[in-house]
Structure formats: structure tokens, C-alpha cells
Design a protein around this ligand. Structure first.
Ligand SMILES: [Mg+2]
Length: 392
């Protein structure tokens, strides 16, 4: 467990709309919606558009019919990521620890900044909010608390407050959580919240009263972490986004020349294990898997595949990688090396939807990976090897 820290979540308000209003200030105070260029649905709304009754995800033709006074703009994601980079630059200027969570959200470690800026945390949050508004013309909400999960919850509260900031200090935690519906907690998906409710857990306050073994049974290992985070103990630290590599690769020459497929598979699995361990150490997942085979005469064969959902799990990645290997392998050729490339690391997507996934498989997977990492911490690296099923 990490020593107590102060974590802020900075979240841009109606980000895409705010970007359009920054570019064209005459749109301020108007019912503006940004429309996705792929599906033609509403993906961002100004306060005025919300008040008019335009719904998130509504198809353009319906919104236009029901709300002809709305202003509908097609998304310009290149511009939005430009503005996003500017916002993140202000944050990085402010604190040495900034973890970009999505295009419009970042965790900022406030610990120690009180002394540096000679302001209390509420004033710090306000200062940061005003700085982004004045310098970039982008409104943000800032939630401040003792863990990421609490900061995320605080930012939702901040969004609804006039000041745009909300703090949950140690003494306020219980009071706030007793009024927090379980489904409003970051990462608790609808299926999990339904199940928790049916076992009588309706609020976050009730969740943290549960025993570790109960939470482990209901949610899995993440359930216990969630309890700690909600109790104000930081489980997941703010990791600087730059430190997370874009790609992780592992390969090594065999030291012999071989066409023995089982030998090559074993070597590949060893590299996959090393790579997954590294991935997990950054608290992230990859979305693309690549396999490289180098022949005796230095020709290189490479094949890659996108994963259905991001993964940091050996057995999942191995399944895809072994298939790729079999695609590029030729039994009449001698090889000198095999390698794995994990790409598209930390890309947003499904990962964000539910941190505490509630299906059985995910829970088992997590138990197993924790077990891998735990064993290796005790007994040294590479005590574990992932096997493979021989198809023949
Ligand atoms: Mg936002």
C-alpha cells in the first residue's frame, strides 16, 4: 500500500463542445451538439442543449427533427486531441505526476503541492481550474480526494456544483459514501451493481462495510482494492503517462537453428510472460499482438492481430500469438529467433467501461495473474511458464 497522497481528477466539461466554442466563441451560451462522424449520433452537448432535452447518443435526424433550434457540428477529433494536448501540458506544468486517463480526463497527484504553491487543496483545485479556463478557454471540473476512485467520484460532484470543484477529505468520506448509489462508483458496471443490490448493498457506504472475503467472492480481487480505494487508501498510484511505453517487445536468438515448432512455441510463451509482466507493472493493457520469426538467413516474418478487447493476460495473448506463429511458420525453414510485440498499449476503449468487470472469466483471470506476479515476487522471475495446447 502506498503512503497517503492527495489525488485530483481533472475532467473537461462537455469537452468536444467546449473545443468548438473555443474555436468559435459565438457558439457560447447556445444549444450546441457535436455529432460523431461515423454514426451520426450526439456525442457531446452544451448545458443549453441538455436543458433543451437533446439526449446523448441520439441520432442526428431525430435530434434535428425534435430540436430544430439546436446547433449540430460534426466532430473534428484531430482538433480535439490538439486541445487535449494543451490541457495536459498545463497539468504537467503544474504537477510532476500526471496520468492521462482519456482525451478529456487526467489524474493529477497534488501531494506536496500545498507547500509548493502555498495554498490549501481547495484553492489549488480552484487555481488549476482558473488557469485552464483563462489560458485555454476550456472549462474543467476538479475532484480532489485520497484515491483515484474517490477523486473520480468527487469530480462527478464537482460537475454539478457551481464552483466546479469538490473535495472529499478523510472525515467526509463516510458521509459522502452513505449517499452514493453503488452504480455511481467508477468502474462498477450495470451487471455488477444489479448483483450487489440484490445482495442488499445499495450504497458505497454499505460496500466498504463488507468483509474482504465477501467482496472477493462477489467481485473478485478488485473488490478488495475497491474497498481500500473507497476508504481513502490509495491502491493505484498516479503513473506518469510518458513512462508507459508505446510498445513492449521481447525476442532473443535461440542460440541454435531449429524448425521444432514446440520449441519455438515455448520460447514465444516465455517472451509473452515477460512482456505481460511488464504490461501489468504499468497498470495497463495492450490491444494488438504481433509475432516475429527470424530465419537462419536473417529473413524476418511478422504478423499481427488486434485483440477483441485490451488484455494483459498471458493465456489470452498466447492464444492469439500461437495462431499468428502457425500462420507464418514453415516447417521446411530453419529459424534463429522468435519475438513478441505488444502494441496499442493503454488505448482507451472497453477498458474504461468497466474496471471491475463482473464476469466469472475475468475474475479467474485476475486471480491467476495476481498469483503469477505474487509467486514471482517471492521466488524470482520466470518461475512460471505458460504452456500451450498442442492442436495435433
Ligand atoms: Mg469530460
Amino acid at each position: 500500500m502506498v503512503k497517503q497522497r492527495i489525488i485530483a481528477l481533472v475532467d473537461c466539461d462537455s469537452f468536444f463542445v467546449s473545443c468548438e466554442q473555443k474555436r468559435n466563441p459565438s457558439l457560447k451560451g447556445k444549444p450546441v451538439c457535436v455529432i460523431s462522424n461515423s454514426q451520426g449520433c450526439v456525442i457531446s452537448r452544451s448545458k443549453e442543449a441538455k436543458a433543451m432535452g437533446i439526449k446523448m447518443g441520439e441520432p442526428l435526424f431525430i435530434a434535428q427533427k425534435d430540436h430544430p433550434l439546436g446547433i449540430y457540428i460534426v466532430a473534428d477529433h484531430e482538433y480535439y486531441s490538439n486541445v487535449s494536448a494543451q490541457v495536459m501540458a498545463v497539468l504537467k506544468d503544474f504537477s510532476p505526476y500526471v496520468q492521462i486517463y482519456s482525451v478529456d480526463e487526467a489524474f493529477v497527484d497534488f501531494t506536496g503541492l500545498k507547500r509548493l504553491y502555498k495554498m490549501n487543496y481547495a484553492r489549488l483545485a480552484m487555481f488549476l481550474r482558473n488557469k485552464i479556463l483563462n489560458e485555454l478557454d476550456i472549462p474543467v471540473s476538479v475532484g480532489v480526494s485520497l484515491s483515484k476512485t474517490l477523486a473520480k467520484f468527487a469530480s462527478e460532484k464537482a460537475k454539478k456544483s457551481d464552483s466546479g470543484i469538490f473535495l472529499i477529505g478523510k472525515r467526509k468520506i463516510h458521509r459522502v459514501l452513505n449517499y452514493a448509489s453503488i452504480e455511481d462508483i467508477w468502474g462498477i458496471g450495470s451487471r455488477l451493481s444489479k448483483r450487489l443490490k440484490s445482495s442488499g448493498v445499495l450504497t458505497a457506504g454499505e460496500l466498504i462495510e463488507k468483509s474482504d472475503s465477501w467482496l472477493d467472492k462477489q467481485i473478485g480481487i478488485h473488490g478488495i482494492e475497491l474497498k481500500h480505494e473507497l476508504s481513502g487508501e490509495l491502491v493505484s498510484a498516479v503513473v506518469n503517462s510518458e513512462e508507459v511505453p508505446k510498445s513492449i517487445q521481447n525476442s532473443r536468438a535461440f542460440g541454435i537453428f531449429t524448425n521444432n515448432i514446440n520449441y519455438i512455441k515455448n520460447e514465444l510463451n516465455r517472451h509473452i510472460h515477460t512482456s505481460c509482466r511488464k504490461l501489468r507493472s504499468y497498470n495497463t493493457k495492450c490491444s494488438q499482438v504481433g509475432v516475429m520469426l527470424r530465419t537462419k538467413d536473417f529473413r524476418v516474418f511478422f504478423e499481427k492481430k488486434l485483440l477483441l478487447s485490451p488484455s494483459d493476460f498471458e493465456l489470452e495473448i498466447s492464444k492469439v500469438a500461437i495462431d499468428l506463429l502457425e500462420d507464418i511458420y514453415d516447417s521446411s525453414v530453419l529459424y534463429r529467433a522468435v519475438g513478441i510485440v505488444l502494441d496499442r498499449i493503454g488505448e482507451q476503449g472497453t477498458q474504461q467501461l468497466s474496471l471491475y468487470e463482473d464476469d466469472e472469466i475475468t475474475r479467474k483471470k485476475e486471480k491467476l495473474t495476481k498469483c503469477f506476479d505474487g509467486l514471482e515476487k517471492r521466488f524470482g522471475k520466470n518461475v512460471i511458464k505458460t504452456g500451450f495446447h498442442n492442436k495435433s
